[in-house]
Write a protein that binds this ligand. Sequence first.
Ligand code: DX5
Ligand code: ZN
Length: 223
Amino acid sequence: MSGKRQIKIAPSILASDFARLGEEVRSLDKAGADYIHIDVMDGHFVPNITIGPDLVKALRPHTSKTFDVHLMISPVDLYIDAFARAGANIISFHPEAGAHPHRTVQAIRAAGAKPGLVLNPGTPLEALDPLIGDIDLVLVMSVNPGFGGQSFIESQLARIASIRKRIDATGRDIELEVDGGINFDTAPRAIAAGADVLVAGTATFKGGETAYARNIATLRGDA
Ligand code: DX5
Ligand code: ZN
């Protein structure tokens, strides 16, 4: 990898005002968000329930930015078409959520979305090996999935660096996204370790709507 990587910020709407979601998405678009990160939780794979495909569909007309849909659900395959039809551009899933992760990758691709693989803090990096040739994004969890507002798990920095090496060794265009506890302190360290895309819920929304643009620029390292 040569040159300076272009860093993208993916605000997680989990931290937004759910009663004003359409407006929030429009504000994030205007504030310079690269992706809109949508956390889908089922109360079964993770202990929280959030968003379904109908809500994704309702938000779609509010922005043309990439919808980065993070599925924390089990089973996964049953819902891929619904999320793709609703307007998901990237669909990421956890390999623990089903018996056949490669089939899930194929199903996401067939539905017209980009497949991403999510690695929990406790998932061995080897889970990546059989799939790295077929995915467009690796999402490294720097918290355990389920809730916003948790603290960044420091041990994930070394894993980000080692995934960066694995990605670069493929020569493929695979984004490395980091999710959980990203703030003004942890963002530069995640970038230094090799991240291309940073998910940020709490840190994007802090200070209210007038602060979104500044928060996003600071997280990206532009401010
Ligand atoms: C956690 C979610 C994250 C979360 C990030 O399960 O995947 O996307 O919303 O929230 P913050 O940035 O507040 O840690
Ligand atoms: Zn997420």
